[in-house]
Design a protein around this ligand. Structure first.
Ligand SMILES: N[C@@H](CCC(=O)N[C@@H](CS)C(=O)NCC(=O)O)C(=O)O
Length: 209
């Protein structure tokens, strides 16, 4: 059986959400990043990158990187409809997926959550956080424009891209309490209310204040 390695509330929550949306059967392995589980030999044997998400597939091989895992899941189970049909819709889905992960997460939230990774001196950490915040604000504006009044980012069906937006909006709205454009807040509220999201929050033990 496939096994998803995740850490509660980390970006892996997007993969977890996607696998629930797809109705897949899988095991999970939970890591506590604050306790440094990702750096312990038991996990490094699984994933030498020391990151989540990581997916061990049925054949025992490991797949890492949010975008690659999402793409593999979408292609492996085409009947779940997570990759829209047609070259243009497919590439627009990948474009948004990559924007959420490579820009909103890695360039934006990484600076907000881990400023010490970007500047050695503590005096510069607020400046780093501001840079991260600016990346996130600009990107949420762009996503909001793209979303318009649609139910999902690609229109009327949930796709891989919504799973990536789910986790960056979870961070933005529920963790950092950012003001996001109204249509984006409503979209995240709809995603968050889905049974798959509720199950993932419960499984990961996410508490809301
Ligand atoms: N490029 C990777 C990034 C994964 C990543 O940054 N995961 C974080 C959690 S959100 C992590 O495992 N951090 C552990 C650490 O940095 O020690 C992906 O897209 O999957």
């Amino acid at each position: 059986m496939m096994k998803l390695y995740y850490a509660p509330g980390a970006c892996s929550i997007g993969t977890h959400f996607l696998m629930e949306e797809m109705g897949l059967t899988y095991d999970t392995g939970r890591l506590d990043l604050k306790q440094g589980d990702q750096l312990k030999p038991a996990y490094l044997d699984v994933n030498p990158k020391a990151k989540v998400p990581a997916l061990v597939r049925d054949d025992g091989s490991l797949l890492t990187e949010f975008v690659a895992i999402a793409f593999w899941l979408g292609r492996t189970y085409p009947e779940k409809g997570m990759i829209p049909e047609g070259m243009e819709a497919e590439v627009r889905t990948l474009e948004m997926l990559d924007y959420a992960v490579a820009t909103i997460h890695m360039q934006g939230f990484s600076r907000l959550f881990r400023p010490a990774k970007f500047a050695r001196s503590e005096a510069e950490h607020d400046w780093v956080r501001e840079q991260g915040r600016a990346v996130v604000d600009k990107a949420f504006g762009i996503v909001s424009e793209r979303l318009g009044s649609s139910d999902f980012i690609m229109g009327d069906r949930l796709t891989l891209a919504d799973a990536a937006l789910f986790y960056v909006l979870f961070w933005g709205v529920d963790r950092v309490k950012l003001d996001v454009p109204e249509n984006l807040a409503a979209y995240y509220a709809r995603l968050r209310a889905r049974p798959s999201a509720q199950k993932v929050f419960a499984d990961e033990g996410i508490q809301f204040s």
